[in-house]
Design a protein around this ligand. Structure first.
Ligand code: F6R
Length: 604
């Protein structure tokens, strides 16, 4: 939620900031703004309501001198979407951008009022600029003023701050929301996510919670907030392998479309090195851990759906497992057997609820595992062990390729934890799955989906139903559909329909039914017959079953190859993603940045 960016270096910073903010736009798009030193050396602030494009127009004829600069895109929490509430916020010589929430904002406002300072905006962020200014006026030492001011602040913050009197200096702080430094030659970037600067450097330092850094071109000194400036030292760095091409749309209209077609590569990159003739998770082997008595998966949204697959795979491997929504789990009594593992699944690795659930599990003494896509993310650093998916940066707000990467990693985990010699049929299906998905997606022509897209667009209500492995697919299909088409949609276990939801069935309602789980197919088909008997329209997604036309239990079917379920789930997921994408595009919606959503949910 919200994205921040900072720069210090010798290039003119405005184009860098604007392109960086465009790449962070998935984090929020209510308003945006930049602060920079203009050609007279004065600290200038430009803000715009709406997407980064509005800001881009406003700064197109502005010149910024090389040095430090900051930028922000906002996902409104405190205060409406107005110019006053847009960042950066300025107080005298201090200008800052903030991602996070100041919890004692009201108390701080009262304190500021007693010092004769009235806030101009409704945001919690503005108070930070005044507090830092008051401290700066005491001794004129910019980084120390930031440190002292934050001593009065409760809450979470990632901050990038400039001072009129130190035009090359950028001070950044992390306490909660992510902040990653990009270390280049003669320049340093700071951003909420790596794609903002991936074109310039792959050398990164993910800042730790409770740390602060002073950046002047490529000189970086960092320390803990409790340490004074003279004790700060250059931070360590790591090289990330992400290809900058991942962060470009290329010939696709939207990132989401591109990322749907990148799923085979995301799976391949996640599995290679770890899978040859037998499943190998070197990360696990190194720790020589035993088999856990119980595994609890915790996650949100699409990652939670991946967790439902994880539960199914582990159960097949004979390991008891359950899956919980992170925001609920974190406040429950954790009555797990001793030695249990809690596995947090998250694309961003920054979802506040998932991290909260992992922290609670650690405090309760359980072994914690992260499955994260972003290297250096909080989840990776908070867990005892992290297994990275290698889907590359995912820019579209609706998760796609990261889901398939998570599910393939969970299959591998179940093979690695299961019996001594894993079932060769499952291993074989997993090995072939990325290529099978690639071939399948290539074979799906746009025209072949046109009529189905139109049917879904015209439907009064779209429901998704499935059993066994098809149930998480139904949930994921419904989530994708509702979040980008803005049409009501829900996913149900097929067997539950007759306990209530079947009352919704009438002509004009479409039920989308993934059918890759062979073990429950006959039961799924009888549930679908019940839908058709009541006038519902059934769109099946699955292989040809029995004699086509012999006994018709669907109105239309998108054909899948008759692959084993461990391959079929990826193909069905691809179809569900594409259907949602195509319907949303046909409706003219902003597919990559759907309303009210942000990619990385760093608030509770
Ligand atoms: C849906 C979607 C969200 C995320 C959820 C968790 O398309 O993208 O439901 O899956 O916000 O995000 P991560 O995986 O980053 O923890």
């Amino acid at each position: 939620m919200c994205g921040i960016m900072g720069y210090s270096g010798l290039r003119p910073p405005l184009p860098l900031l604007v392109s960086g903010l465009e790449r962070l736009e998935y984090r929020g798009y209510d308003s945006s703004g930049v602060a920079f030193f203009d050609d007279f050396g004065a600290l200038s602030v430009v803000r715009a309501v709406g997407k980064v494009g509005m800001l881009k127009d406003l700064v197109s004829d502005r010149v910024a001198q090389p040095g430090a600069a900051i930028g922000h895109i906002r996902w409104a929490t405190h205060g409406g979407v107005t110019l006053e509430n847009a960042h950066p916020h300025q107080s005298g010589p201090i200008v800052l951008v903030h991602n996070g929430i100041v919890e004692n904002d009201q108390a701080l406002r009262i304190h500021l009022r007693s010092c004769g300072i009235e806030c101009l905006s409704e945001t919690d962020s503005e108070v930070l600029s005044h507090l830092i200014r008051l401290e700066y006026e005491k001794d004129g030492v910019f980084p120390e003023a930031v440190r002292r001011a934050l001593g009065h602040v409760e809450g979470s913050y990632a901050l990038a701050i400039l001072c009129q009197n130190d035009p090359a200096d950028l001070v950044v702080v992390r306490n909660g929301p992510p902040l990653i430094l990009g270390l280049g030659a003669g320049e340093t970037f700071a951003a909420s996510d790596i794609p903002a600067f991936l074109h310039f450097t792959r050398q990164v330092h993910p800042m730790d919670n409770g740390t602060i850094a002073l950046i002047r071109h490529d000189e970086v000194r960092a320390g803990r907030l409790e340490q004074s400036l003279q004790d700060w030292t250059p931070p360590p760095s790591m090289t990330i392998s992400w290809d900058p091409v991942f962060a470009e749309k290329g010939t696709y209209r939207h990132f989401m479309e591109k990322e749907i077609f990148e799923a085979p590569r995301a799976m391949m990159d996640t599995l290679s090195d770890r899978l040859s003739v037998s499943p190998v998770l070197p990360e696990l082997d190194r720790l020589a851990l035993g088999i856990p008595p119980v595994v609890a998966f915790v996650a949100c949204g699409t990652s939670w759906h991946a967790g439902l697959f994880g539960r199914a795979f582990l159960e097949q491997a004979g390991i008891p497992a359950f899956v919980e929504i992170a925001s609920e789990f974190r406040y429950r009594k954790l009555l797990l057997p001793k030695g249990s593992w809690v596995i947090g699944i998250s694309q961003s690795g920054e979802t506040a609820d998932t991290i909260g659930a992992i922290e609670a599990s650690r405090r309760a003494g359980f072994f914690t595992v992260g499955i994260a896509n972003v290297p250096g993310s909080t989840l990776e650093r908070e867990c005892d062990l992290c297994l990275l998916t290698h889907a590359g940066p995912e820019i579209g707000v609706a998760s796609t390729k990261a889901f398939q990467a998570q599910v393939s990693l969970l299959m591998m985990l179940s093979l690695a934890l299961g019996e001594a010699s894993p079932r060769p049929d499952l291993l074989d299906a997993l090995l072939r799955a990325p290529h099978r998905l690639e071939l399948f997606l290539e074979s799906l022509s746009a025209e072949s989906l046109d009529a189905r897209v139109e049917r879904l667009r015209q439907s009064r209500l779209v429901m998704f139903a499935g059993r066994g492995l098809d149930y998480p697919l139904a949930l994921e299909g419904a989530l994708k559909f509702k979040e980008i088409t803005y049409r009501p949609a829900d996913g149900y276990p097929g067997g539950e329909l007759k306990h209530g939801p079947i009352a919704l069935i009438e002509p004009g309602v479409t039920v989308v039914a993934p059918l890759v789980d062979r073990s429950l197919r006959a039961k799924e088909i009888s549930n679908l017959r019940e839908i058709r008997a009541r006038g519902g329209y059934v769109l099946a997604i699955g292989p040809a079953i029995g004699k086509e036309g012999h006994e018709i239990w669907y109105d239309d079917r998108i054909g899948l190859p008759d692959d084993p379920p461990w391959s079929g789930v990826f193909q069905a997921a691809g179809v569900l993603q594409l259907l949602a994408y195509r319907v949303a595009s046909a409706l003219g919606n902003d597919v990559d940045q759907p309303r009210n959503l942000a990619k990385s949910v760093t608030v509770e």
